[in-house]
Structure formats: C-alpha cells, structure tokens
Write a protein that binds this ligand. Structure first.
Ligand SMILES: NC(=O)c1ccc[n+]([C@@H]2O[C@H](COP(=O)([O-])OP(=O)(O)OC[C@H]3O[C@@H](n4cnc5c(N)ncnc54)[C@H](OP(=O)(O)O)[C@@H]3O)[C@@H](O)[C@H]2O)c1
Length: 263
C-alpha cells in the first residue's frame, strides 16, 4: 500500500528516544520530511542524524520543552519555516509518575497537567493554522491504555489523558470540514526507557534480569510479549497517511490485546 506520505512534513514531539523516536523513524522511512523535538539538544541531534542515515531522508532537530509556552511558540515558528509547511503533528511527551491517589501533591497534578494536556493543547492550537492553510492535516496524540481500562497507579496519567481524549474529540468535530483528522493512540506496554524505569522496575529490583522481568509482565498480555516501539509507530504512520483520510475522533489501542474493555 502506498501511504502517500512522501514529502509531507511531520512534526514529532518527545522524539529523541522511545515511542516518539520510533514514530519519527517510521514516518521518515515512508519519505516524510520530519522535524523532531525534545529537551536535550545533543540527544535530539544524534537521533536526527541516525534516523536520516537509516532512511536517507532529511530529519531536523529543534529543541523544545513542551511544558514551556514560549519555547513551544518558538518551536512551531521554526518548524513551520524549516520546510515551509506542516502536514502532520504527533503530540507526545514524557509521562507522569505512577503512584497512589493520596501520594500526589498539588504540584504533581500541576506538572502532569502541563506535561500531558496543556502541551497537546498548545502545540495543536499553534499548528492548526498551518494545517488549515493546506486544506488537510493529521493530528495524532500518544496517550495510554489507561483511558480505556483501569491501570493501577496511573491516576495522574489517566485523569489528565482523559482531557486529551475530550479535547481531541471536540477538535475532530470542529476541524472535520477542513479535512483535518484528529486521533489518539493508546500504547499498551512497549519496552522504552520509561518502562525500564517504571513498569518493570519492581521486577528488576527483585533481582530478575530484564528478560525475566519482561516475561513476567508479558504473562498478562494476550500476545504474551511486550510491544516493539515500531509496532506503535506503524499505527501512527497509517493514521498520518492519506489512506486514513476518513478516520477521525477515534482512540485506538495498540496493546497486544491487554485492554480488557469490550469497546
Ligand atoms: N512505553 C510505554 O509502554 C508507554 C505506554 C503507555 C503510554 N506511554 C506514554 O508515551 C509517552 C512516551 O513514552 P516513552 O516510553 O517513549 O518514553 P521515553 O522512552 O522515556 O522517552 C520520552 C521522550 O520524551 C522526551 N521528553 C520528556 N519530557 C519532555 C518535555 N517536557 N518536553 C519535550 N520532550 C520531553 C524525552 O527527551 P528529553 O528528556 O530530552 O526531553 C524523550 O525523547 C509518555 O507520555 C508515556 O507515558 C508509554
């Protein structure tokens, strides 16, 4: 299938590693011109070079902290002028910490709000005029399966990401006439630095090897394995493509079947 992404300009946030990086690489492999953003410039530039070397397509690194309104504004200005247009926006960021409801302070809630909701709103609001100018566009938000079924300890993530779901559903309604689609993807468990530092932390601390810890976690996943970031990136790339022109307002899990809700 020709996804017809070639030469589209894609902006992928939080893309120096993990799910964002895999997404940037998949889009670049399909011929998109990709701009990646995250905080650490050195890591970001290294990633851009590595992807570009692999795919043969240009990847530009522009540093940004998505929790900083002024930096986000500057980032969108720079991205828009880098290739003269923006066609695809992939909203992504680091994730909030896990813990019990009573363990979090007002500051924790504020930080999660800035990182995982306001960042999406800010980037989307600033990129929208560029998509509208083209007469079409794609917005894809990376959220988590906790918006579909209960995930222990994920109160910050779940509460805040429900806001992203509401925001994107309303936005899909408003920008449909402009042929702009807005969708959310829910990663299940993918082996990235975040997961090494949280989801399998308990198992590693208990003395298991990474392999044993992964196997333990995989027991609850119908496909009996942790996902590869490329498997999430494939869904995002499809949603970003012209082939997904009639899919909007959805929240799709890519999780090896781990979400136990029926809908
Ligand atoms: N991996 C999973 O299984 C999984 C499952 C469900 C949901 N998620 C969600 O998916 C997202 C990505 O997770 P991941 O596993 O790919 O994480 P990761 O491997 O830890 O990568 C996080 C990326 O985000 C960037 N970042 C962090 N804070 C940022 C900020 N304030 N501004 C800009 N960039 C920032 C980091 O670069 P810098 O530090 O240089 O900024 C890095 O590139 C998170 O929101 C996570 O909660 C992941």
């Amino acid at each position: 299938m020709d996804l017809r992404i070639e030469n589209k300009v894609a902006v992928v946030l939080a893309a120096s590693k993990g799910l964002g990086r895999a997404t940037a690489e998949a889009l670049s492999a399909e011929g998109a011109r990709v701009i990646i953003g995250s905080r650490n410039l050195q890591e970001l530039e290294k990633t851009a070079q590595e992807i570009s070397l692999k795919t043969g397509n240009q990847v530009i690194a522009i540093p940004v902290d998505v929790t900083d309104a002024a930096q986000v504004e500057n980032f969108v200005l720079k991205t828009a002028s880098a290739f003269g247009r923006i066609d695809i926006l992939v909203n992504n960021a680091g994730g909030p910490p896990f813990g019990a409801v009573e363990s979090f302070t007002e500051t924790d809630w504020q930080a999660a709000f800035e990182l995982n909701l306001l960042s999406t709103v800010r980037l989307t609001r600033l990129v929208l005029p560029h998509l509208k100018k083209n007469g079409s566009g794609r917005i894809i938000n990376i959220v988590g399966t906790s918006v579909k079924s209960v995930l222990e300890g994920s109160v910050l993530s779940t509460s805040i990401r429900m806001g992203v779901i509401g925001f994107s559903k309303l936005l899909a309604d408003e920008v449909g006439p402009d042929q702009i689609t807005v969708n959310n993807v829910c990663p299940g468990l993918f082996l990235t630095d975040r997961v090494r530092g949280s989801a399998i932390k308990k198992e590693l601390a208990a003395g298991m090897t990474e392999e044993q810890a992964e196997a333990e976690k995989a027991k609850n996943i119908p496909m009996r394995r942790i996902g590869q970031p490329e498997e999430l990136a494939a869904m995002i790339t499809f949603l970003a493509s012209e082939k997904a022109s009639y899919i909007t307002g959805t929240t799709i899990q890519v999780d090896g079947g781990v979400t136990r809700s029926i809908f």
